[in-house]
Design a protein around this ligand. Structure first.
Ligand SMILES: [Cu+2]
Length: 312
């Protein structure tokens, strides 16, 4: 019942206000009006000529809504708390209290928000765009129960004079700023993406370099039959091997003949860096090389056997 009482009070206020206006204009002296608590809550604006439900706003209703700040409207399903210009948004703001699904019909004036170029407006109810019916400047807007705010957006505002144009431009520049900000964000993101890509590429290159880095250990063996000439220049396998500094080369003899791997060359003899001495079949000898460089070697037994170890 509290809700009904509240409505009743509001009806009373609206009623009395309407009557005062009527009395002022029509010089009626009847002061016996009492608020009708029987009005249904769906009909906020009760019968007085100030607000009618007849779709076409009749001329006789005009005097009661002649105020330039007071747009003419009718509503059912709720009550209007206020109708005010929202010049910052080139809109008319209607604050309302609705308990039921309802409908607001409002007639905009040349003093209120002006329509977009195509003569239409953009309407939201509680921030959601809604469909509406427009006949001339009269808009009929359906709303759901408990809706609180209807906004009617247009191109501009005439009531504010030329300030409204700059207001419009202000919005444009805000949009522009937003676009600039968006562009900058996109550019920043692109830069960040590129940086990330570069970083990934660098990491990949580093990984590739690491993968390409010479091993710390490898095995070299004489090819089968190298005990007789004819295997050159690849009598060792691999004949040129690369290891990392500090790495170890394991010379393994998989051939039937004994061989050596002796640093130096057949032509100039051993240089004294390393010498496996004679390695018998299935035996091996490890050589660790700490210093980067290119180390040629040969087989003391079979001088046609020559190879190279590269230390990186
Ligand atoms: Cu040999």
């Amino acid at each position: 019942m509290a809700g009904v009482d509240k409505f009743g009070v509001i009806f009373s206020v609206a009623f009395v206000a309407a009557m005062i206006i009527i009395m002022a204009t029509v010089l009626q002296t009847d002061s016996s009006f009492t608020p009708s608590t029987d009005s249904t809550p769906t009909q906020t604006y009760s019968p007085p000529p100030t607000q009618t439900y007849s779709p076409p706003p009749t001329p006789q209703a005009a005097p009661q809504t002649s105020s330039s700040d007071n747009l003419k409207y009718t509503i059912r399903g709720g009550i209007v708390d206020s109708v005010s210009p929202d010049e910052n948004h080139n809109a008319v703001k209607i604050m309302m209290d609705s308990r039921l699904d309802g409908q607001l019909t409002i007639t905009l004036t040349s003093d209120s928000v002006t329509p977009f170029d195509d003569g239409t407006y953009f309407v939201t109810v509680d921030g959601e765009e809604v469909e509406f019916t427009q006949v001339g400047k009269r808009l009929t807007i359906d709303f759901m129960a408990n809706s609180q705010k209807i906004m009617i957006y247009g191109e501009g505002y005439k009531s504010g004079g030329h300030d409204m144009n700059s207001m419009g431009h202000s919005d444009d520049s805000k949009e522009h700023e937003a676009m600039m900000a968006a562009d900058k964000a996109a550019a920043d993101k692109a830069a960040a993406d590129k940086a990330a890509a570069d970083k990934a590429a660098a990491a990949a290159a580093k990984a590739a370099a690491a993968a390409a880095k010479a091993p710390m250990a490898l095995t070299i063996e004489p090819v089968a039959g190298s005990g007789a000439p004819g295997c050159e220049p690849e009598c060792y396998s691999p004949s040129t091997a690369t290891i990392s500094a500090g790495g170890t080369v394991t010379f393994t003899n998989t051939d039937t003949a004994p061989h050596t791997s002796t640093s130096g060359s057949a032509a100039n003899g051993p240089d004294g860096v390393f010498d496996t001495s004679l390695i018998m079949m299935n035996a091996s000898f490890d050589v660790t090389l700490s210093d980067a460089g290119t180390y040629p070697y040969f087989c003391m037994v079979h001088p046609w056997m020559e190879g190279t170890v590269i230390v990186e």
